[in-house]
Design a binder for this molecule. Structure first.
Ligand code: GLP
Length: 239
């Protein structure tokens, strides 16, 4: 694990964004794995800026997102699909046909197989962006989850519901989500995990210094050969 500590979120966005842009410029048809949540937003801002300045084109990339809520229409304002449209895909020249999302309303077994096959057929994810939950979850793989390969349907924990309920002002937050499995995430060639703020410090400590255990799903990243952990000082506070 390579640990890098930055002064603020903007610097993290720029550092992660530069790695992505140089890959896209070298390999225009690369495969990028994206995450939702507040942590990767500065990265998406940097990518949008670079695109607007004509320094990079995303027209040939393929994308896979980590997760999606169940019990929510794809175009609902709180779906992760809408989040990505608003924060990145709607602002750059990515080909809509090359954007891949899990369908939170599909049959679990069929959808898992479809997603795993689509990732494999794309040649595999070159760079996967990750955030981390306060309880150490990655994507929606909550503590205690088996380290499974394929996408699966999870029941969200109270910690995750507490952290994300603020985004749901009109309907209750869904209690289930479809998520890429830890095994699929670990197959990514490179992983960049971003964590900022005090609320993540404990999870960051357990991920980096704790044992590899399903009780802290992010701890499995200790076994990945190319992972960069990008932190601000608050998130790095307990290291
Ligand atoms: C959700 C997402 C995760 C994300 C986490 C942290 O649970 N499924 O992929 O990492 O939130 O989000 P934030 O970056 O907003 O703290």
């Amino acid at each position: 694990m390579e640990i890098r500590v930055y002064r603020n979120e903007k610097e993290i966005g720029e550092a992660a964004g530069k790695i992505i842009c140089s890959l896209v410029n070298e390999k225009p048809d690369c495969v990028l794995g994206f995450a939702t949540g507040a942590s990767p937003v500065p990265v998406y801002e940097y990518l949008t800026e670079q695109y607007n300045e004509g320094k990079v084109s995303f027209k040939d990339i393929t994308t896979f997102n980590l997760d999606e809520y169940c019990e929510l229409p794809k175009n609902h304002k709180n779906s992760y699909y809408t989040f990505m449209q608003e924060n990145l895909f709607g602002k750059i020249d990515v080909n809509p046909e090359k954007i891949n999302f899990l369908d939170g309303n599909a049959d679990e077994a069929t959808e898992s197989k479809r997603y795993a096959r689509a990732i494999e057929e794309s040649g595999g994810i070159d760079i996967q962006i990750l955030g981390i939950g306060r309880n150490g979850h990655i994507a929606f793989n909550e503590p205690g989850a088996e380290f499974t390969d394929e996408a699966w349907k999870v029941t969200l924990t109270q910690s995750t519901i507490d952290a994300n309920s603020k985004y749901f002002d009109d309907i209750p937050m869904p209690r289930h989500a479809m998520t890429m499995g830890i095994g699929s995430i670990m197959k990514s060639k490179k992983i960049i995990l971003i964590a900022t703020g005090n609320a993540k410090a404990e999870a960051v400590k357990n991920m980096i210094n704790g044992p590899v255990t399903p009780l802290c799903p992010a701890s499995i990243l200790q076994q990945h050969k190319d992972v960069i952990i990008m932190l601000d000082e608050a998130a790095a506070n307990l290291l």
